[in-house]
Design a protein around this ligand. Sequence first.
Ligand code: KG4
Ligand code: ZN
Length: 346
Amino acid sequence: MSIYTLAIETSCDETSAAVLQDGRTVVSNVISSQVPIHRKFGGVVPEVASRHHIEQIMPVIDQALVDANLTLDDMDHIGVTYGPGLVGALLVGVSAAKALSFAKDIPLIGVHHMEGHIFANFLLHPELEPPFLCLVVSGGHTIIVHVTDYESFQVLGQTRDDAAGEAFDKIARVLGYPYPGGPHIDALAKEGNPDAIEFPRPLLEKGNFDFSFSGLKSSVLNYINGKQQKGESICHEDVAASFQKAITDVLVDKMKEAAHTLGETKIALAGGVSANSGLQRDLQAMCEAEGLTYLTAGSMLATDNAAMIGCRAYYMAQAGKFSNYTLNAKPSIPLGSDLWKGNQHG
Ligand code: KG4
Ligand code: ZN
């Protein structure tokens, strides 16, 4: 008998619901994006996001069930992102999941959004088993995680200031491209020269797996401002290619060092920035040169989606990690936290 997971994701600007069969088969994955709505503001407006989640949540869940040709009665558990993210946005998903769970007596599972991103790799690679090393790069996070089994995640390093995606978005905005900027920088970089402009590579000390991108971001912004003040033209393609190469060099270098330090041979990418073609290419090249196995990232499951949340929920169910009805939306949660339990933290 198959185990069916209904998954819900509303942490930022995508309202998403999915149905999974036995944790690794995506039966349906509906994503209603608010990107066009937030674009005119240059970024996600939390209050606007919450309102749109409220409008979309039930139709999106219904659609996921219709696409799967199943009903709520077929679901064995409901997994929902409870953080980190925008608290008002998260609340919509958590409230919907709790209501359906209570009304239909279906066990509830609170899922950490970044653990969901990591688990997207299990959907992309049906044969993948822990351990592996994962670089999680999104709009809000940049983390190197050692996934030692389905329930243990060791954070080796993370950003001390800006997340990688944040830097991509900021530089794109200053160059005049709409939110989210990452895909625009990616497209421009393909036409530019990565060696045209020397931007800093903030590697920090050896043996330290933390990142810092605010200096790199400022350096790119100073370059753009300097050119504008002098009335000189800016080659967007070269700026994009040089910036992308600088950030990618840092990420790839840290992953190489982390792999050697731990003796880990499998390398994965996760999070929205994992859709970046330059990062994928350079990480793959490093893995080939170092004799490591590179787990291909897939653009479809890179950005926010409920399927990855469903995969994580399935493994939490296997481990007996069910939430009670005090589960609450949490804007920030460390990886591996037990706040999914609800109880006194609710
Ligand atoms: O994981 P995600 O969908 O949402 C968060 O949890 O933050 O990541 C969104 C981030 C944005 O900063 C967006 O610009 C970036 O992922 N992104 C990219 C690309 N596609 C999305 N950054 C660089 N290159 C891309 N191709
Ligand atoms: Zn995300």
